[in-house]
Design a protein around this ligand. Sequence first.
Ligand SMILES: [Fe+2]
Length: 133
Amino acid sequence: MPLFIWKPSYELNVPEIDVQHRHLVGLINELYDAMKDGRGQEVLDHILDELQEFIRQHFDTEERFMQKHNFPDLERHKEEHRKLGTQVQELTELRLYGNKISTPELMSFLCNWLRDHLAGTDKEFGDYLKKSG
Ligand SMILES: [Fe+2]
């Protein structure tokens, strides 16, 4: 049973973004599965690297769409993206210097962030697109 279950309410009906969101969910579930098998620390660096690279691409995609559709809340949205990007980068650097990161803590941080962001500000963009046709 995956930790993060995809809900139809997460769909923005923008295929490029929805596919990327599902990939993010997949990364979290991959870390969760590894943790359950006692391989959390083993896969952590790989997941952090992939996450860092992927959120850069993903945020860029979203912000381009928001710019193209004149989304009024673009700057606030960018700020949320920027904060997460910084946090993931800090975690990666901690690992680089040999610090141990608690995978359960990382897991709940990522889950909460993604759930809040998908159901919050990303959904606002989806609703905006729906309203503006
Ligand atoms: Fe977003």
